[in-house]
Design a protein around this ligand. Structure first.
Ligand code: OSB
Ligand code: MG
Length: 372
């Protein structure tokens, strides 16, 4: 379906998180991102979110690098030509090395437009089959274990069926041991955000006792080689996050047996088309696959939910309800947790939620508009 864009608007958002989020790479109380609004010549509007954060901690991209790349290199191309389909967009941005979050933000807004024009939901248009997705919650590093146990209990009461906790050296084995003593049967996994090296194999090996679904990105953020060595030593399945930046990386990681599972984040891998390609690689090669998150607002969350509705997603996802992150989300309706620990997949055309413009404006600290 042809797409002719006539206007793009960027909003730099700075929104307070309900509770701070701490990982092995740092602590944050504020959610920064860019909301993208795209209008086509027929009056359709696409919304999405560029998940780059305030600083280059999870990846090198930040709000400012993404703002620069989309403003100077992507939007001018987009406004200059009519695209026959979204594959053409992928071709168009191919000369730009990296900057996947920037590329993905624009690509996803195009998916919203294409879905709305086809009168189909995002889930439907990418081949999603589920009407509910299994939700999980990702919990940051806490002051002490007692606090963490209390927070886990809170989320279990709310109905989350899978808990993921962030780990780092010295906040690892003891933490997992204590969680298992209090909650022997919950679905539990850990995420190291690249905090270890092969020298820590002994510590990581101790995780095997605790029946974890997986350990996410234990080693260097760019590595696939050491992970393939570590994988031979552990019984706990290894999941890659940071290291898998494109379908190419997924293919190579699979080729050398670096992981059992891949966490797909559409922002990290450059959008929906690349996400689908990685998903298909996982399915074809018998790897586990699920959808991760970047503390998205209700807008970015819609894309996560659509991807998680694919039939062969094999683990719970890092897709929690709006109220896990924010006092009030910028979409209506907000994303809600069902009693059974799932989130319903919208069937309305496009992303399936409306933008709460007042809430959006309330947290916007900078805007820019582009027209042709
Ligand atoms: O490593 O999965 C990660 C959040 C920000 C950056 C990296 C990660 C995360 C999460 C949160 O774990 C997942 C979510 O609830 O959005
Ligand atoms: Mg992760």
């Amino acid at each position: 379906m042809a797409i002719e864009v006539c206007r793009v608007k960027l909003y730099w958002l700075k929104m307070p998180l309900k509770r701070f989020f701490e990982t092995s790479f740092g602590k944050t109380l504020w959610k920064h991102c860019i909301v993208v609004e795209i209008n086509d010549v027929d009056g359709y509007t696409g919304w999405s979110e560029i998940v780059a954060g305030e600083g280059p901690w999870y990846s090198y991209e930040t709000v400012e690098t993404a703002w620069h790349i989309v403003s100077k290199y992507i939007i001018p191309l987009l406004l200059k030509r009519k695209l026959e389909n979204i594959d053409e967009y992928i071709e168009m941005v191919k000369p730009i090395r990296g900057h996947n979050m920037a590329k993905a933000g624009i690509e996803m807004a195009l998916w919203d437009i294409v879905a709305k024009r086809s009168r189909k939901s995002l889930s439907q248009i990418i081949g999603g089959k589920r009407d509910r997705i299994v939700s999980g919650v990702s919990i940051g590093i806490q002051r002490d274990i007692k606090t963490l146990l209390k927070i886990i209990e809170e989320y279990l009461i709310q109905g989350y069926s899978r808990i993921k906790v962030k780990i780092k050296p010295k906040w690892d084995i003891d933490v997992v041991k204590n969680i298992r003593e209090s909650f022997p049967d919950i679905m539990l996994q850990v995420d190291a955000n690249a905090a270890y090296t092969l020298n820590d194999t002994k510590v990581l090996k101790k995780m095997d006792k605790y029946n974890l679904l997986m350990i996410e990105q234990p080693l260097y953020y760019d590595d696939i080689i050491d992970h393939s060595k570590l994988r031979k030593k552990l019984d706990t399945p290894i999941c890659l996050d940071e290291s898998i930046k494109t379908p190419y990386h997924a293919e190579k990681a699979i080729e050398i047996n670096s992981c059992d599972i891949i966490n797909i984040k559409p922002g990290r891998v450059g959008g929906i088309i690349n996400s689908l390609e990685i998903y298909n690689l996982c399915v074809r090669n018998g790897l586990g696959v699920w959808i991760g998150g970047m503390l998205e607002t209700g807008i970015g969350r819609a894309y996560l939910v659509a991807l998680a509705s694919l039939s062969k997603i094999s683990y719970p996802n890092d897709i929690s309800a709006s109220n896990r992150y924010f006092e009030k989300d910028i979409v209506d309706p907000e994303w809600r947790l069902n009693k059974d620990g799932t989130i319903s997949v919208p069937d309305k055309p496009g992303i399936g939620v409306n933008i709460d413009i007042d809430e959006l404006n309330k947290w916007t600290i900078k805007v820019n508009k582009f027209t042709n």
